[in-house]
Design a protein around this ligand. Structure first.
Ligand code: SF4
Ligand code: SF4
Length: 100
C-alpha cells in the first residue's frame, strides 16, 4: 500500500483558509535564537519546518489542524511575546474535518 504524504492526508479534510491572514504568527528571524525548535516536531500537520539552507524557520498556516500543540510547546507563542501570537481562524474559516 502506498504511503501517503502529509499533504495527501491533509487533502482528506477541507480548509477554508484565510490565505492573507495567518491565525498563527511567528517571528521567523527571532526563531533563530530558539534553543529547542520544538514546533518542528510537535505539529501533526508538519506546518513548521527548519530550512537548513537559509537557517530559518518556515511556517505555513494553511493546513493547520488547530490542535494547539505549538501554542503549548512554544513559550513565545504561549506567552504572546512580541512577534508571536496564536488564535483560532476567523469565524467560518479554518479546517472542516471530514474524517475522525
Ligand atoms: S518553538 Fe517557537 S520560538 Fe522555537 S522555533 Fe518554533 S516558533 Fe520559533
Ligand atoms: S495548531 Fe497544531 S496543526 Fe496548527 S500549526 Fe500548531 S501544532 Fe500544527
Amino acid at each position: 500500500m502506498k504511503k501517503l504524504s502529509m499533504d495527501d492526508r491533509l487533502l482528506v479534510n477541507r480548509f477554508d483558509s484565510d490565505d492573507h491572514n495567518s491565525h498563527i504568527l511567528v517571528d521567523k528571524d527571532a526563531c533563530r535564537t530558539c534553543e529547542h525548535r520544538a514546533c518542528t516536531t510537535c505539529c501533526p500537520a508538519e506546518r513548521y519546518k527548519w530550512d537548513l539552507i537559509n537557517d530559518k524557520l518556515s511556517f505555513d498556516h494553511v493546513g493547520c489542524l488547530e490542535c494547539g500543540n505549538c501554542r503549548l510547546i512554544c513559550e513565545r507563542l504561549n506567552r504572546n511575546m512580541p512577534g508571536y501570537s496564536w488564535n483560532y481562524p476567523g469565524q467560518g474559516m479554518g479546517i472542516v474535518y471530514r474524517e475522525g
